[in-house]
Design a protein around this ligand. Structure first.
Ligand SMILES: CC(C)(COP(=O)(O)OP(=O)(O)OC[C@H]1O[C@@H](n2cnc3c(N)ncnc32)[C@H](O)[C@@H]1OP(=O)(O)O)[C@@H](O)C(=O)NCCC(=O)NCCS
Length: 172
């Protein structure tokens, strides 16, 4: 099913479409702890900044970007150089169609070539699920081979509610 997906490096000009995907999660969910949708110029700077050291990938079908994933530094301290954070957002209307899996597979392949051995995903969490936050990301990361290694309680406040943050780790 995922055969016609093409994974390529993100371009600065993709910013508008990526914001379109991301803004749904910023405005309607606690998946992202941001309150406001970043401006195009700020988003362009994020893409540019990431690409200086890490992969930033988009999944394209035809001419349409369906999702994106990127890596980042966990910490600037040298000893952490073999560890990268991973983030992923799939267009809300194209979830559960294999986009996340192909993006993460390529992200991992590229991170391996730069000698990264640990992946860390920060996953917003609450139990039970509420109308702003499901267990989708937690389940997806489990399926992708990540395991929960840290559980920070009530560390982010959004929509007047406190949310937890899980760190999920995968060794490459
Ligand atoms: C989480 C997210 C990235 C998953 O992407 P996706 O394209 O829907 O996932 P895929 O269709 O590629 O699924 C890959 C595997 O994970 C499983 N999976 C995905 N979502 C799942 C869910 N909610 N519950 C259980 N399993 C799930 C799939 O069944 C599939 O397993 P399979 O290979 O056995 O079929 C996507 O739902 C999303 O963008 N969510 C909102 C943003 C978000 O939470 N990002 C993560 C921030 S840390």
């Amino acid at each position: 099913m995922s055969n016609d997906y093409i994974i390529r490096e993100a371009k600065i000009e993709d910013a508008e479409r990526l914001i379109e995907i991301y803004s749904y999660y910023v405005l309607n969910t606690a998946v992202s702890f941001e309150y406001e949708v970043p401006t195009i110029s700020a988003f362009r700077d994020r893409i540019k900044g990431t690409l200086e050291k890490y992969p930033y990938l988009v999944c394209v079908q035809g001419n349409k970007i369906l999702g994106y994933a990127y890596a980042g530094a966990y910490s600037a301290r040298s000893a952490y150089d073999w560890t990268a954070t991973t983030s992923i957002y799939v267009d809300k209307d194209f979830r559960r169609q294999g986009v996340g899996a192909v993006l993460y597979a390529e992200l991992e392949a590229r991170l391996k070539t730069q000698c990264v051995v640990n992946l860390l995903a920060g996953v917003a969490f609450c139990d039970p699920e509420d109308e702003y936050l499901s267990h989708d990301s937690y389940n997806f990361h489990n399926r992708m081979g990540y395991t929960k290694v840290a559980h920070m309680k009530a560390i982010g406040k959004k929509f007047d509610r406190w949310y937890d943050l899980l760190w999920m780790q995968k060794s490459l």
